[in-house]
Design a protein around this ligand. Sequence first.
Ligand SMILES: Cc1ncc(COP(=O)(O)O)c(C=O)c1O
Length: 427
Amino acid sequence: MRQWLVSHLVSAPLGCLEPGCKSDVWVDLLDWWSVASPNDDLSWDRPAARLPVRPELAAARPYGAPQPPVAVPLNVNENPYSPPTQVVRAISKQIEQAATQLNRYPDRDFTQLRQALAAYLAKESQATGLAADNIWAANGSNEVMLHIFQAFGGPGRTALSFDPTYSMYPEYARNTYTAWATGDRRPDFSIDPSAGIGQIKQTGASLVLLASPNNPTGTAVPLSLVDQMCAESAGQALIVVDEAYAEFRPPGMPSALSLLGRHNNLVVTRTMSKAFALAGARLGYAAGSAELIGYLRTVRLPYHLSTLTQVAASAALAQADLMLARVAELRQSRDQLRATLLGLGLACPDSAANFLLFGHFESADLVWRDLLDQGVLVRQVGPPGYLRVSVGSPDQNRRFVQALTKAIDKMPGALALEPPQEGEIRS
Ligand SMILES: Cc1ncc(COP(=O)(O)O)c(C=O)c1O
């Protein structure tokens, strides 16, 4: 495998990987390739457990998409644009001020930040009646979700979602000893309301996760379904609508936040990692009833959100319009990119997010590797035969399409024109 990599990538346009590049970068990439390519045996070369680790962790690998130094990174749905200079300055100024107080623990209730998040949601989604008490935040919506599992999942309880969906969900379940169940989607990746509600009842789930727009399909969940699920499972389940990509939804499409007043078993999670271009700061948040937020506060660590995170997020929120200035452009690029992929004869569901799922390939793995050879990193995730690409800058999108066209041309049979069948759409 290493030899293959060397012979294939020596002349590949991999950004900093010029032939004269530092050898330890090569070693890193070679190591990465040999352990983290998507087809690896998950047990890799870990020694037999000698520590009293939980048995289900003994062969598990840490979660995460590879982060090799490629020229066109389109694999983790980041915003391709850096925060605007004005916001960078504001963040730096706030951090400098806050640094003088770093001998003190952070404000563990971060009320100002929660107020600012409530005000942002009121503006972005016309959500009414939200105050600081209705908002929770943590280090990315990943940690918010962990708090939700800690408070509403746990031993003897079940969490349910509908495959294919965000691949972290089963990991939260494993980490909190919550049983994991998956329901089905139709071939167009939508959820049949009566089947979905039936699965909630049948599994007795206490947590139901609905990503909308859904990762990796990009498809949005209709609010009527959320409404119905909340009503039908009141007293049994908390319905969690994960709106990590909500700002990319088509203008006019309502957010599940608008249902909060109707259902106290609903919580909506959001993040500043995607549209807000602040993935590196790690700030995710949730909106729900004050009672529900109270339970999330109960399970948090004493000071989980650092002072630096709090001030960086607050400074960015204060300039929300600037931070979100490229969202309309990214939406437009997404739609153009989708039209191009359809034009190549590919299947590509309509996306309300900043990424597209595309296929259906005879071997998604070969296409993924060929793209990587050309310096373009996408994600191999979702149903068999599919890949997912984040929407990048116009130049990155152009390079992706160029590389993909080459990959398809090179591999007769790369494209399987048959659409996926029912039962084939599990991730
Ligand atoms: C559906 C979904 N939810 C949550 C997250 C986590 O985002 P954060 O960076 O806020 O932890 C992601 C990240 O890719 C995601 O795709």
